[in-house]
Design a protein around this ligand. Structure first.
Ligand SMILES: Cc1ncc(C[n+]2csc(CCOP(=O)(O)OP(=O)(O)O)c2C)c(N)n1
Length: 633
């Protein structure tokens, strides 16, 4: 097997074309094997095998810096940069990450995970290089989906202006997670149909030769006025106008052409954009047939492509999707917005039922939020479904465009809390902290998928900005409860009462807290359990009642403790004139690594058994909070 002989990019440089073809095949098989066990971003990686090998043959990593946008397509890069042996540990606790990580390898020039950052980072590295008079190259590899993000355009705009040497490789497979959207995608589609040329002159010659009856005199005349015609005739004019030399489009499976073009790009001065055409899911039929599913997939059977699923209650995402379709049916002012995550957010049912009330804006979270503000101002009732981690991109827009004017936009934050194997770039740790500081905003979190349904129906009736956070994965099996929970803004729910201890929990932590309370009963503790429901406004009346009983309080949240729900309880208690004994349980003030959700919850002391032992230790007289097992390097 050739793959066993690849330990560094240097090992690629001596391979023949035939070897490269064989190696690509072996790499595809290895990726399929590992992802079928560990889950991961299959389709993107299958499409970019040859291009990654070509990049590593032409550039000289780690001296040359290669940045992968989003970073989900870096598996071949990892394998050829000394991580072949660790590749089977991909995305597992303690294993290698599914994204580039500088702490893992000097070949990972920049850590990525969120989209559309690569050109900015590459330009930063290029300007640092220029300042220190170093001679290495900087390469950004960006997909056509990531290119729809505003940051990519801001960076193109700036890079062209600086004229710094920089190579942007546009890996165009016409797909984001779903088919790519927007005018840029239409433009790239037209470019795909063009043959590729290195110079405007070559292109001009080609075009003129297509016109019957025009001889070389005409061609010469045109070449003399090439400057003005360039405007009309240069392929990739959009990028040329940004100050980039455009090369392409070229096939991402033709080693000869890729290497010739990449060498040309490497040796040019100034910014260059190489447009490479690839195919998502290449070489694996089930992935090609179900591209959105195999973008980021859980474990699956290789022969059939069937995703391995243990029976479990419907996911929060599924309940959200179904409820959105119902809400859309009832109120035709309701519109749904996604930033390139139609399937991931569960909005596909709404999109099919109401295609003209569904808006996929591309990977453009900031735009999505201000778009919603405009729609709300115009009388619509927008629901913006964006994962907790990606909504970070739109913090200012939430404050400035939605909350300040008090517009009725509902933010639906899926993947709030620990997401699992995608790791620290994707955990939704911060939303409670960043949202609860915003005036006018109601922030709520359901204790199960049934309450999610109630909250979704309740949110638009408030006629003001509302954010709802809910976790990744299966619900609690509560989807078919008989009666809706009556909801009032800022009113919590007491699940059980008890005079020794009070557990104030929010969102996903309510059920583990409730279970812990049952286990604590065996230790003789009578425990009150409160489902806070609202992080903002917090239920002051109920909290004051608890405080008057002078019993210890434990707050529980799956969010960072810094400025989180526990902080809200403490601040409110202090404002009310109490100084209670409080144990805050939640996520640490550090980046949480990758691992299965259950593994991470156990390590972080968030599962019911850990909760019981932490609480019992803390309840002992003079006890200090126990330090957690260290999970972050
Ligand atoms: C800010 C942000 N929003 C959303 C995502 C989720 N996401 C991950 S990959 C992806 C699509 C990327 O498409 P493209 O860049 O074309 O890469 P491909 O997978 O097609 O190779 C999206 C939307 C993200 N990583 N970052």
């Amino acid at each position: 097997m050739l793959i066993e002989k690849i330990h560094s990019p240097a090992d690629l440089k001596t391979l023949s074309r035939r070897d490269l073809i064989q190696l690509s095949q072996e790499m595809r098989e290895r990726i399929i094997q590992v992802v079928s066990r560990n889950g991961g971003h299959l389709a993107s990686n299958l499409g970019i095998v040859e291009l990654t090998l070509a990049i590593h043959r032409i550039f000289d990593s780690p001296r040359d810096r290669i940045i992968f946008d989003v970073g989900h397509q870096c598996y071949v890069h990892k394998m050829v940069t000394g991580r072949m042996d660790q590749f089977p540990t991909l995305r597992t606790l303690g294993g290698i990450s599914g994204f580039p990580k500088g702490c893992e390898s000097e070949h990972d020039a920049f850590d990525t995970g969120h989209s559309s950052t690569s050109i900015s980072a590459a330009l930063g590295l290029a300007l640092a290089r220029d300042r220190f008079h170093q001679g290495h190259k900087v390469v950004a590899v960006i997909g056509d989906g990531a290119m729809t993000g505003g940051m990519a355009f801001e960076a193109l705009n700036h890079a062209g202006h600086t004229r710094s040497e920089l190579v942007v490789i546009l890996n165009d497979n016409e797909m984001s997670i779903s088919p790519n959207v927007g005018a840029l995608s239409g433009y790239l589609h037209k470019l795909r149909l063009e043959p590729s040329f290195f110079t405007p002159k070559e292109y001009l010659e080609y075009v003129v030769r297509q016109i019957p009856g025009i001889g070389s005199r005409m061609l010469n005349l045109l070449l003399r006025i090439e400057g003005s015609l360039k405007y009309l005739l240069t392929p990739g004019m959009l990028f040329e106008e940004f100050g980039f030399k455009y090369l392409g489009p070229i096939s991402g499976y033709d080693f000869e052409l890729m290497e010739r073009t990449l060498s040309h790009a490497r040796d040019r001065h100034g910014p260059v954009l190489v447009h490479v055409l690839t195919e998502k899911g290449r070489g694996y039929k089930p992935a090609k047939e179900h591209l959105p599913l195999f973008h980021g997939v859980g474990p699956f059977e290789i022969t059939t492509g069937k995703v391995v699923k243990t029976p479990e209650p419907p996911s929060y995402t599924a309940v959200f999707g179904q409820t959105m379709a119902e809400i859309g049916q009832r109120d035709d002012r309701v519109v749904a917005i996604t930033a390139a995550m139609k399937e991931g957010t569960g909005l596909d049912a709404f999109a099919s039922a109401f295609p003209d009330r569904f808006h996929d804006v591309g990977i453009a979270e900031s735009h999505a939020v201000t778009l919603a503000a405009g729609m709300a101002r115009g009388g619509l009732r927008p629901f913006v479904a964006i994962y907790s981690t990606f909504l970070q991109r739109a913090f200012d827009q939430i404050i400035h465009d939605v909350a300040l004017p008090g517009l009725p936009v509902v933010f639906c934050l899926d993947r709030a809390g620990l997401v699992g194997e995608d790791g620290p770039t994707h955990h939704g740790n911060f939303d409670i902290s960043y949202l609860r500081t915003i005036p006018n905003l109601v922030v709520m979190a359901p204790r199960d998928e049934y309450e999610l349904r109630d909250m979704l129906r309740f949110a638009p009736t408030l006629d003001r900005p509302v954010a709802l956070r809910y976790p990744r994965g299966a619900g609690m099996g509560a989807a078919h409860g008989p009666t809706p929970h009556p909801l009032t803004v800022g009113r919590s729910e007491v699940l059980q009462d008890g005079a020794d201890l009070s557990l104030w929990a929010v969102g996903h932590m309510v059920h583990p807290a409730w279970q812990a309370a049952r286990l604590l009963a065996a230790h003789g503790l009578r425990t009150q359990v409160v489902n806070a429901r609202f992080v903002k406004p917090l239920d002051k009346t109920m909290l004051e009642r608890t405080l008057r009983r002078h019993q210890p309080i434990v707050t529980l949240e799956e969010g960072t403790l810094a400025g989180g729900f526990g902080s809200a309880v403490l601040e409110t208690a202090s404002d009310l004139g109490f100084a209670p004994r409080v144990l805050r349980i939640g996520l640490p003030d550090s980046f949480v690594p990758q691992g299965k959700q259950a593994e991470l919850r156990a390590i972080l002391g968030l599962d019911p058994d850990s909760l019981v032992s932490r609480i019992l230790t803390w309840m002992q007289p003079q006890a200090q909070p126990q330090p957690l097992r260290k999970v972050v390097g």
